[in-house]
Design a protein around this ligand. Structure first.
Ligand code: SAM
Length: 265
């Protein structure tokens, strides 16, 4: 074993050791010839090496300097692995994809999972799909629908731009060291620009943030300074409803109202 450094808690290092789970992730990704696979946080190569064995080629982005050389050594003779030593939040996926589209894979560091998801969303047009392992509680929030206690900003933002499919759960015992929480693997497939329907992504993000900023308040109160009761009604929503009752399309309609009708904060 080339990997000598102990797992680093600060980098969310919980290495996957369960062979069955690793195999299920590789099967879910199901790489095809020509795919541009990019792994976020390859760690000690638990998913990297099986993917390389199947696909022959992979780019991996790893922030921990101690892992870069041993990982490259471990890939020797298995396939062509390019390790980029960088914080994934600084990686320009659009530039990396060029004319192609990327397939992102990763057992993500849980402390950074939301920033990584939003970073990937910023580059959604350059991404074909994503297979991520996350805290199960986060996957539940990502996939939740209106009326659910965990339906919130993350659900609306992700579902507006992607289809979100939870695939399977992974218990703590599948990792070394085991995390304190259950995990789950989720598939995200960015929608095509024609099917997204959001006219102004910044306005949409502002509306969703304000609506869920005070989720116990009615839309009328939570959106004060962002949209009037008349606008809320014009979008087909009830001003006395709460954000957690509004479906994704309702937020899209509200954010898409013509700018002349908007209330400047
Ligand atoms: N893929 C490996 C596995 O399944 O065993 C490791 C997964 S571990 C949960 C998360 C990995 O992400 C670690 O290798 C960690 O060093 C790396 N990481 C943490 N923060 C990162 C960042 N900002 N950019 C890139 N990689 C990061």
């Amino acid at each position: 074993m080339n990997f000598k450094a102990p797992p680093k808690k600060s980098l969310g290092q919980h290495f996957l050791t369960d062979r069955g789970m690793i195999e299920m992730i590789v099967l879910a990704v199901n790489p095809q010839p020509g795919d541009l696979l990019v792994e976020i946080g390859p760690g000690q190569g638990a998913i990297t090496l099986p993917l390389l064995r199947k696909h022959g080629q992979l780019t991996a982005i790893e922030f921990d300097r101690d892992l870069v050389v041993p990982l490259s050594q471990a890939a020797h003779g298995v396939g062509q692995l390019t390790v980029i030593h960088k914080d994934v939040l600084e990686v320009d996926f659009t530039r990396m994809a060029g004319e192609e589209k990327l397939r992102l894979v990763g057992n993500l560091p849980y402390n950074l999972s939301s920033p990584i998801l939003f970073h990937a969303l910023d580059h959604a047009a350059a991404v074909r799909d994503m297979h991520f392992m996350l805290q199960k509680e986060v996957v539940d929030r990502m996939a939740a629908g209106p009326g659910s206690k965990v339906y919130g900003r993350l659900s609306v933002m992700l579902q507006a731009y992607c289809s979100v499919t939870p695939l399977f759960d992974v218990p703590p015992a599948a990792f070394r060291p085991p995390p304190k929480v259950d995990s789950a693997v989720v598939r995200l497939v960015p929608r095509t620009p024609e099917t997204i329907g959001v006219d102004d992504p910044k306005r949409f993000a502002d509306v969703v943030r304000a609506a869920f900023g005070q989720r116990r308040k009615t839309l009328r109160n939570a959106l004060m300074g962002v949209a009037t009761s008349e606008q809320i009604e014009a979008a087909g929503l009830r001003p006395d409803a709460r954000a957690e009752q509004v479906e994704v399309a309702g937020f899209v309609r509200l954010a898409n109202l013509p700018s002349a009708e908007r209330v400047e904060p």
